[in-house]
Design a protein around this ligand. Structure first.
Ligand SMILES: Cc1cc2nc3c(=O)[nH]c(=O)nc-3n(C[C@H](O)[C@H](O)[C@H](O)COP(=O)(O)O)c2cc1C
Length: 182
């Protein structure tokens, strides 16, 4: 790194179907010229169900990888700062409205909602959840592979705030009731 100034991950709630667009180009392009040593791209869903909201960035298939790659490639034309990405799964806090709107959960049958997956069925607020199967560990793995293809340097797995509590080595006892091969 050129210096120790780090831009933390900041959700933009501006993606469509997980795909980056002109907003991300302008936003990350601008931050990349700031002189910071490392920029960490916002919480990026490892699966559609793992997004906080329907506007979250994602990295779960070729389309999401391709659109994010375009942003990274553009930055690379102008800046050599290190780029990281926060791979996340919102678990019990998924399927909510955009960050600047009044906080609310969407039920699976609502237009912007889906069935959420979490390491326990303990609801967060009024939100019910479905117990996650071990598929979770795999989607993280696939996303990590895809993020290498996009040219990011540092991968930060989001396991804080009781979100992505299916990371095998970081159990959160109150809400993590799944059985894994730890
Ligand atoms: C608009 C906004 C979006 C954020 N999105 C994320 C995020 O995607 N992932 C995360 O871990 N933290 C997120 N945060 C928290 C920041 O990364 C950071 O940790 C927080 O702002 C505290 O840093 P500060 O003390 O320098 O302000 C967000 C904060 C803001 C203001």
């Amino acid at each position: 790194m050129n210096n120790r100034i780090v831009i933390p991950p900041m959700c933009q709630y501006s993606a469509g179907e997980g795909q980056a667009n002109e907003w991300h180009l302008a936003h990350y392009g601008n931050l990349a010229m700031s002189g910071a040593g490392l920029m960490i791209i916002e919480a990026t869903g490892v699966s559609p169900q793992g997004r906080i909201s329907y506007g979250d960035l994602g990295l779960w298939d070729k389309n999401t990888a391709h659109t994010l790659s375009k942003v990274i490639s553009f930055i690379r034309l102008h800046s050599d700062l290190r780029i990281g990405i926060q791979l996340s799964h919102a678990g019990r806090k998924a399927s909510t409205d955009l960050g600047w709107k009044p906080h609310q959960y969407f039920q699976p049958d609502e237009p912007h909602g889906w069935q959420i997956y979490a390491p326990s069925a303990i609801p967060f607020g009024a939100h019910g959840s479905q117990i996650l199967n071990k598929r979770g560990d795999k989607v993280h793995y696939y996303s990590i592979c895809r993020s290498s293809e996009t040219g990011t340097f540092h991968r930060h797995r989001h396991g804080g705030n009781t979100w992505c509590t299916w990371i095998p080595d970081t159990p959160i006892p109150f809400t993590d009731h799944k059985q894994t091969d730890r």
